[in-house]
Design a protein around this ligand. Structure first.
Ligand code: PMV
Length: 334
């Protein structure tokens, strides 16, 4: 039996880093997907083929003719992603009380380890596909929970933001306080974005530690900054409900400034963020953990100009729109 599922990547629209301290965040699934196929084996081995996956140093091929981004890598760079697959299978097996050998194949339409939620997508896809292979259908909430456990086990620290949006798709409002809130927001208007990618210099966990150290050293300054980011997410939720793109853009710019003040942006990210604004984006900000990686620009009718501007400062641009589609079962071949 062979099961194939696909899972969307994501961009953090607002609230990254502050969400680690209980502040709200808005996160959106994008139209670039990661596919996980699993096939039963007669033995109990787990074989993982992940030609498109890596942690640092992706090889990116960008074609001028088509907006597709082709990601290539080699064996030595897949080790990080393999950890998520192994842990996801272990956690799903424990929950299901069933274990079998599997061949797992992973493909990605987006750069991996760049802040687009690919490790969460690997975790969600592996849990869902493995459960179906074991002839069990898990509810979406359970898949999201097991995938979040996988991220926690591999990374030590992770909010449920990435695993939730990979599972449910759309735009999610997340408030991880004692009474955790995860709300799928209605999309009132298209959000045409360009994502700019640059080589990532640090891991998310390093940046999370950096913010924690800064907060301990300057609590009277950093705590209000994180709370302001939370307020930005609340205002952005309202702006989104009214389809107010101008406010969303302004809030992105303020959010980026605050993230930069926390030391999680980088020269390459700032170059892309500012060049996008000069090329006509309504707003732009880094997205995800930072330290290199990705930025987003909200730029209706200016996608071509913004993409060119990002490329001029050394980034790799691709267009993205919000995708309502979360986890999807592509095929089950018996
Ligand atoms: O780098 P990413 O895409 O995994 O995003 C990290 C977002 C943080 O808020 C910095 C951490 C988290 O777990 O929410």
């Amino acid at each position: 039996m062979r099961v194939t599922v696909s899972v969307p990547g994501k961009v953090s629209l607002f609230g990254e880093h502050a969400v680690v301290y209980g502040e709200p965040a808005l996160v959106a699934a994008i139209g670039k997907r990661l596919t996980v196929s699993v096939e039963g084996r007669s033995d109990r081995l787990i074989k993982i083929s992940a030609m498109d996956l890596q942690v640092p140093g992706v090889v990116l091929t960008f074609s001028e003719e088509s907006p597709e981004l082709i990601v290539e890598t080699d064996y030595g760079k897949i080790v990080g992603a393999v950890g998520y697959v192994r842990k996801a299978i272990e956690i799903a097996s424990e929950c299901l009380g069933k274990r079998g050998g599997v061949n797992v194949t992973i493909r990605s339409e987006m750069p991996v380890g760049a802040g687009l939620g690919t490790s969460a997508a690997v975790a969600v896809g592996t849990v869902a596909a493995y459960a179906l292979l074991m002839e069990e259908e898990l509810p979406l909430g359970e898949i999201a929970r097991l995938a979040h456990q996988t991220e926690l086990a591999v990374q030590g620290l992770a909010s449920p933001m990435d695993t939730s949006v990979a599972t449910y798709g759309g735009v999610l409002y997340i408030r991880p306080s004692a009474q955790q809130t995860i709300e799928k927001l209605p999309i009132t208007c298209p959000l045409p974005m360009v994502v700019g990618y640059s080589e990532r210099e640090f891991r998310t966990s390093d940046l999370v530690k950096k913010v924690r150290a800064l907060r301990e050293a300057y609590p009277d300054i950093v705590s209000p900054t994180l709370q302001s980011i939370g307020r930005i997410s609340e205002r952005a939720k309202c702006a989104l409900a009214f389809g107010d793109l101008d406010s969303l853009g302004m809030l992105m710019n303020i959010n980026h400034g605050l993230l930069d003040s926390l030391g999680v942006s980088s020269k390459s990210l700032n170059d892309m963020v500012y060049s996008a604004r000069f090329a006509g984006a309504i707003g732009s900000k880094m997205t995800g953990g930072g330290g290199g990686g990705c930025m987003i620009a909200l730029c209706p009718d200016r996608e071509v100009e913004v993409s060119t501007a990002i490329r001029i400062v050394g980034g790799v641009p691709f267009r993205a729109t919000v995708s309502e589609q979360g986890l999807k079962v592509e095929s089950i071949d018996r």
